[in-house]
Design a protein around this ligand. Structure first.
Ligand code: NDP
Length: 255
């Protein structure tokens, strides 16, 4: 039987891999042998993340990207292929949120969120597809959210983008199965990152509500996403495609 979780020789691009959940996933992939291309906007943050991954013994490098911009996304993939000759894994993780009810959200805010969280996955998936096909297969992991399932009143564009991510994952899984490319979504619960730290100050009582509803009794940390990343990017998940897996300490099953 093949070594199921071994990522030696695999090349992974992680968008938003310079912090939070993306870095947690990158740590998992790196510690199982993958070479990592960390893609983010903030070059300083990216350099620190690269240094950390190299400290784990991994081959890692950074690339500056705006995931909303088609040319920039193509340049990100070209950089990965130029450095390593291949791309085996794409984690579409970069994301933003603006917390306002629908009647207060502006069109530019709506577009910014949809483009960053959803259009980005379309652009990057299309850009890696020919390389994965040529390499004989690949793994794409798209980051959804509890808002892929639920509809909190303060996240109109965010929930629309994260619902869209799940449907887009199913389509790509279906279209590219013949190319041995598996595409899945991960739905993180409430994870302690820059994104939610701001949310905790903006939404009164959020911290208490999360702790109360999460059976695990705590917020997640970025490293809680490392295991699912390794599973979905390795041979262990070769017959798993088009699904959306919550990693939420039980939040979604608590009525
Ligand atoms: P962070 O704010 O820590 O990370 C967001 C990442 O996205 C950063 O690395 C940022 O890079 C990158 N990013 C944002 N916009 C762009 C852009 N235009 N181009 C390139 N990179 C960009 O938040 P999280 O780690 O929490 O979020 C990561 C993902 O997980 C998001 O998709 C989020 O929606 C999702 N998620 C988070 C949950 C949570 O509880 N934290 C729950 C469910 C889903 P830079 O810093 O360089 O700008």
């Amino acid at each position: 039987m093949k070594k199921m979780f071994d990522l030696t020789g695999k090349v992974a691009i992680v968008t938003g891999g310079n912090g939070g959940i993306g870095l947690g996933m990158a740590r998992g992939l790196a510690s199982h042998g993958a070479s990592i291309v960390v893609a983010g906007r903030n070059a300083e943050k990216t350099a620190l993340a690269v240094q950390e991954l190299q400290g784990l013994g991994a081959t890692a490098s950074g690339v500056t990207v705006d995931v909303k911009d088609e040319a920039s996304v193509q340049a990100m993939v070209a950089a990965a292929v130029g450095r390593h000759g291949r791309v085996d894994v794409l984690v579409n993780n970069a994301g933003i949120n603006v917390r306002k009810p629908p009647h207060e959200l502006s069109l530019p805010e709506w577009r910014d969120i949809l483009e960053t969280n959803l259009t980005s996955a379309f652009l990057a998936s299309n850009a890696v597809y020919p390389h994965m096909k040529r390499g004989g297969g690949g793994k794409i992991v798209n980051i959804g959210s509890m808002m892929s399932i639920f509809g909190a009143p303060f996240v109109p564009a965010y929930a629309a983008s994260k619902g869209g991510i799940v449907q887009f994952s199913k389509v790509c899984a279906n279209a590219w199965a013949k190319d041995n490319i598996q595409v899945n979504a991960v739905l993180p619960g409430w994870i302690d990152t820059d994104l939610t730290r701001r949310g905790r100050t903006e939404i009164k009582g959020l911290d208490e509500r999360v702790l109360e509803r999460t059976p695990a009794g705590r917020w997640g940390v970025p490293d809680d996403l490392a295991g699912i990343a390794v599973f979905l990017c390795s041979a262990a998940s070769d017959f798993v495609t088009g699904t959306a897996i919550p990693v939420d300490g039980g939040y979604a099953i608590n009525g």
